[in-house]
Ligand binder design. Structure first.
Ligand code: FAD
Length: 460
């Protein structure tokens, strides 16, 4: 039961307009992009790090859980206030504090939208590469919290490769700074990276210093269809061995191609076992040469169709299929569970075949697409949440998929995180001693377990 005094104190810290307690308002913060839901008791929207620290100190006094929340697009149940408490929404902390073109660094408040940052730095000829498909709405802190990745990971890396420094309000209410603008920095433990991917369990991030790189001059894309999945998979290594590191290589399996084609009616090759979308970027002369090499290698690897796009408009047409996957899936079944296993590249054909088998055995449509160049696959299980018997099969299919991924040396999550959804499978992936080190870090920073409790590992 929340005391009126606490609400008054929160009002004083962040202003009355930025404290929500009505059922309608709380409902909006009770879910994320999973099917899970739980109501918080209070939602606050601070504007500064000082306000965040003030809220955390009140939470410590009342031993209330805190859930840091960005745009709430995570796919792991990471922002579900499973134990009630206070949701700290960072969506008013949206200032880009600095774009330093000399050091190629941006300093931002946590609620800056990823796509907005990309657009702003592009105006200065700079590039912030991490590109989750949700970037038009996600926040930088949410990306840091989950260590978000995207299609450009093979060539450009993921969020952790760009985080140089942080300001964090610890579960004690104390404000600390880590890292900074220096490119090389080995003074002490790398606390910056400790917070990256910590899913809001170690503190509330209030400022982020990000590395930027020069904007690539040009790009071009190739769309290739394959009758045999192995031909698509082995092509990736042939391209890399030829000295070309594509910016992106995406795969769509047959069920994904057919689902997207039903939606777009764009004449995709429905009988293909796999479609690959390959993008190269850099200076124009290199792009031209690399497009030539890639399309030639596609043909040598028995592609049944090869299309090349050299202008932004042509590229947009080729990429439409990839961008239409999410909307097309909702036409098949009302709900989807998007897994994001990551496996060694050479295991991809075996893993895809085994997931297609799981789809048959569990009698559930499972479409498979993802970032084949870094082994990060997104098997999406399609289902109807209203059917309890189907939900049991969804759970079983998820478990089967994790077994397959870990049996080939892969991992439960390449970019979406563990949150609530995957914690019960943690032991498939991590030795108990490793989990215990993580728990020790959590206990050291958060002895009262108030910061996003119940996430990542099961409660003791
Ligand atoms: C359609 C769709 C496509 C997607 N595509 C991708 C993709 O390509 N790649 C990918 O990686 N993900 C993808 N996602 C998942 C999701 O967008 C990412 O996990 C993203 O990083 C979440 O950002 P957010 O702002 O929504 O954060 P939230 O969902 O609000 O939070 C994510 C985590 O970060 C923590 N957090 C938030 N703010 C703070 C803070 N200030 N301090 C400390 N912790 C904090 C939260 O507690 C939570 O654990 C997709 C999701 C959707 C719905």
């Amino acid at each position: 039961m929340i005391e009126a005094k606490l609400i008054d104190e929160l009002n004083e810290i962040v202003g009355d307009d930025n404290v929500f307690t009505s059922p309608e308002e709380l409902l909006c913060y009770s879910y994320d992009s999973t099917v899970l839901q739980h109501l918080p008791e209070i939602v606050v929207l601070p504007r500064t790090a000082r306000e965040v620290a003030g809220v955390v100190k009140l939470a410590i006094r009342g031993k209330l859980p805190i859930v840091p929340r960005g745009a709430g697009t995570n796919l792991a149940g990471g922002t579900i206030p499973i134990q009630g408490g206070i949701v700290i929404s960072i969506t008013r902390m949206t200032d880009i504090l600095e774009i330093d073109t000399v050091n190629m660094v941006a300093v931002v408040q946590p609620g800056v939208v990823t796509g907005k940052l990309q657009a702003e730095v592009a105006k200065q000829g700079l590039y912030y590469p991490p590109d989750p498909a949700s970037l038009k709405v996600t926040t930088i802190a949410g990306n840091v919290g989950m260590n978000a990745g995207g299609p450009h990971a093979l060539k450009y890396g993921v969020t952790s490769d760009y985080v140089m420094g942080l300001e964090v309000v610890l579960p004690s209410g104390e404000l600390i700074r880590t890292g900074g603008k220096a490119i090389k920095n080995v003074t002490g433990y790398n606390l910056t990276q400790l917070f990256v991917g910590s899913e809001g369990t170690l503190g509330v991030i209030t400022e982020i210093t990000l590395r930027l790189i020069p904007q690539p001059e040009s790009s071009g894309s190739v769309l290739a269809a394959f009758a045999d999945l192995d031909d698509a998979a082995t092509l990736v290594n042939r391209i890399l061995q030829a000295g070309v590191t594509p910016a992106v290589i995406e795969i769509m399996d047959q069920m994904t191609v057919q689902t997207v084609d039903d939606y777009l009616q764009s004449g995709l090759p429905r009988d293909a076992a796999a479609l690959l979308l390959i993008q190269v970027d850099g200076v124009q002369a290199a792009v031209d040469q690399e497009l030539e090499v890639v399309s030639q290698l596609c043909r040598e690897n028995r592609a049944t169709m090869v299309e090349v796009a050299t202008t932004p408009d042509e590229e947009e047409v080729l990429w439409k299929a990839r961008q239409s996957i999410s909307p097309s899936l909702t036409r098949v079944r009302p709900n989807k569970l998007g897994e994001d296993i990551s496996v060694p590249r050479e295991a991809i054909p075996q893993v895809v075949n085994r997931i297609q088998e799981i789809s048959r055995v569990r009698d559930l449509p499972i479409v498979i697409f993802g970032h084949i160049s870094d082994g990060n696959l997104h098997p999406n299980i399609l289902f109807d949440q209203a059917d309890p018997e189907e939900m049991e099969r969804v759970e079983a299919a998820s478990s089967d998929i994790f077994e397959v991924a870990t049996s080939v040396g892969g991992t439960l999550s390449g970019e979406h995180g563990i949150g609530l959804l995957k914690q019960k499978y943690l032991q498939l992936d991590l030795p108990e001693a490793t989990v215990e080190v993580m728990r020790t870090i959590k206990r050291a920073l958060d002895p009262d377990n108030i910061m996003n409790p119940g996430k990542v590992f099961p409660e003791d």
